[in-house]
Design a protein around this ligand. Sequence first.
Ligand SMILES: [Fe+2]
Ligand SMILES: [Fe+2]
Length: 188
Amino acid sequence: MKLDHPKLIRLLQKAYSAEQAAAFAYIGHAKASNLVEEKIAIKQIELDEWEHRREVLSIMSQYGIPVSSFYEFQFYIIGKVISASCFVIGWFMPHFFAGKLESGNVCEYFVIMHYFHELGIKEHDQVLYDMGIKEKEHEVYFLEQVKDSRLLPIFEKLFGWGDNKSLNDVDYTNIETVKESIKYCKIK
Ligand SMILES: [Fe+2]
Ligand SMILES: [Fe+2]
């Protein structure tokens, strides 16, 4: 079955490639860290991103959606640049920007879910929900790490993410069920 939804197709292709960028970034992030506990946590997040990439690919294959070589190239570069930058920009910034990135990724999966619903397809709800919530978990992890930093209020003002600002409307202290999760990340 082919999907008649260009925005959905593009978003799936982008999510697939962006997961690799995230995984690359976390490889650098973990290597640059000198705390064992932190290395383990970031390694797990990297594994989650590879898993997401596999899940997205399996959805794409179901509908015959090709991998975008443009996004693959673009996000390959982005991932490698972020990965390398982790060795030079200190401790705070890789954590802060990872948190901000994860914050934006949460809605990606819920928007994909909304798009599928526009086509009357609900069979991917659970896997998309799980990925969206997992990205939220990643966001919360990074926020926990930076939340006591003196730099956070400044960065929050400059970059629009932090203790009081998130890029999604998922409340981690009160997560909705799969069915109720349609209220998240409404398309405007
Ligand atoms: Fe992910
Ligand atoms: Fe993530």
